[in-house]
Design a protein around this ligand. Structure first.
Ligand code: NDP
Length: 439
């Protein structure tokens, strides 16, 4: 950690992500000189390259704005660089390095040949018109196109980058390169996208949770689920959880949390989806339409629930939230967002016997479906919804089983999924790196 802290000074999110993985990997490699002597873990903390660039664009009033764009290409040891683009004012190199580092182990866990990257910009899309978003995306791609390609680096969406932004980005790439190739995933179905790509991360979190519950002789049906966020991952996790008979009692956005103790049904969820994707409104509007409470400025973690599913952003569950969730009867935490739980809170959950599904395993369904979109683009074919739904479910089962293969049971007889995911993911990437010699 001192090596990382010295070389990446001040990058706190990155230190946090490395420390979480290192706490499991370092003891595991203690007796394995092949990994230790080749300094594999240290090498993974230094990205292959980290690019930053200027992005200039005009707003609707003709005023010029300046943002910074990034692409962190962390490793292509097991396949071309792959990872999303995030447009949010909090984006900086530390955030993208943590996301790319996590992506490394996540992509390895899918079993697909996918390396790891992450990118984005400190651009804030909130309140911007479609024309402004388009001009920003075109300017961003006017530089990014030099660094990506269908066999080199294939970005996708993340916070602030959904179907609309992917369309503008792909349109610009096509215009510059005059090529129709699978250089981005999350594309529209009309121009080479895959069915189920938007749904895959949220659905995958619920599939993984089902596997985890089954492994411990439990079932999802009837359990209450507190979900944070109301974006792509949160809404699809809610949809699948409701379909599986669970009771979804919260959603949130950066303004606050709505609590519906009756549980959301498909009609209420369809209303929220339209609110967020078409009208781009605030979650507080829910209580004007349906019964429920709105807790301004609050996260969902004060609400009693069986399962907590953070699906908004990083560091949304701290030690106090963990204490509160445990007190409120929470038995499972399934991470939909990346690194939503602080390291001390993870320890608290595991010690208290809460089943903890880490993001790198639980939310890997999205990148797995992106891998399948790449395969469809390469074959110039589209697979059916049913075929893809079966693939997603089976990939999530395989990820679960890979974690279990490496996971010890904790003192109370539960599987330590954090450990299993870290070791299984590390081992695959590390073995590939050893094959290439020192580079
Ligand atoms: P979206 O932009 O669709 O939604 C993000 C949601 O989180 C919004 O409801 C947003 O509220 C809320 N949010 C964002 N930042 C904050 C904050 N600082 N505090 C409180 N709420 C916040 O993003 P996604 O659903 O795509 O991504 C959510 C998480 O899932 C991220 O961590 C992402 O990295 C991860 N993920 C996404 C994948 C995907 O396929 N999309 C794949 C794997 C992981 P508001 O609108 O008010 O900002």
């Amino acid at each position: 950690m001192s090596f990382v802290q010295r070389r990446s000074a001040g990058q706190e999110e990155f230190h946090q992500a490395v420390s979480e993985v290192a706490s499991d990997v370092l003891p595991w490699i203690r007796n394995k000189s092949e990994y230790r002597d080749a300094r594999v873990l240290e090498r993974l903390t230094e990205p292959d390259r980290s690019l930053s660039f200027r992005v200039c664009w005009y707003d609707d009033n003709g005023e010029l704005h300046l943002n910074r764009g990034y692409r962190v290409q962390l490793t292509n040891a097991i396949g071309p660089y792959k990872g999303g683009l995030r447009f949010h004012p909090s984006v900086n190199e530390s955030v993208l390095k943590f996301l790319a580092f996590e992506q490394t182990f996540k992509n390895a866990l899918t079993g697909l040949p996918l390396g790891a990257a992450k990118g984005g910009s400190d651009f804030d899309p909130k309140g911007r018109s479609d024309a402004e978003i388009m001009r920003f995306c075109q300017s961003f791609m006017s530089e990014l196109y030099r660094h990506i390609g269908p066999d080199t680096d294939i970005p996708a969406g993340d916070i602030g980058v959904g179907a609309r932004e992917i369309g503008y980005l792909y349109g610009q790439y096509k215009r510059i390169r005059n090529e129709c190739v699978g250089v981005l995933t999350g594309k529209g179905l009309e121009y080479g996208g895959s069915a189920l790509r938007s749904e895959a991360t949220g659905y995958g979190v619920v599939h993984f949770t089902q596997c985890l519950l089954k492994q411990h002789d439990l079932a999802l049906e009837g359990l209450s689920v507190a979900i944070s966020g109301s974006g792509n991952v949160a809404l699809h996790a809610a949809e699948k959880a409701i379909e599986m008979g669970a009771k979804v009692i919260t959603l949130s956005d950066s303004g606050g949390t709505i609590v519906d103790r009756q549980g959301l049904d498909t009609e209420k969820l369809a209303w929220v989806t339209a609110l967020k994707t078409e009208r781009r409104g605030r979650i507080s509007e829910y209580v004007d339409e349906f019964d429920g409470e709105y807790h301004e400025g609050k996260t969902p973690w004060q609400v009693n629930c069986d399962i907590a599913m953070p699906c908004a952003t990083q560091n949304e569950i701290d030690n106090d939230d963990a204490r509160q969730l445990i007190k409120g009867g929470c038995r499972v935490v399934s991470e939909g967002s990346n690194m939503p739980t602080r390291n001390d809170a993870i320890h608290r959950f595991i010690e208290a016997g809460v089943l903890f599904a880490p993001a790198k395993a639980a939310n890997a369904g999205g990148v797995a479906m992106s891998g399948l979109e790449m395969s469809q683009n390469a074959q110039k074919r589209s697979w059916s919804d049913d075929e893809l739904a079966r693939c997603l479910e089976s990939i999530m089962h395989e990820i679960h089983d890979r974690c279990v293969e490496y996971a010890p049971r904790t003192e109370n007889g539960l599987i330590n999924y954090r450990y299993g995911a870290n070791i299984a993911g590390f081992r695959k990437v590390a073995d590939a790196m050893l094959s290439f010699g020192v580079c």
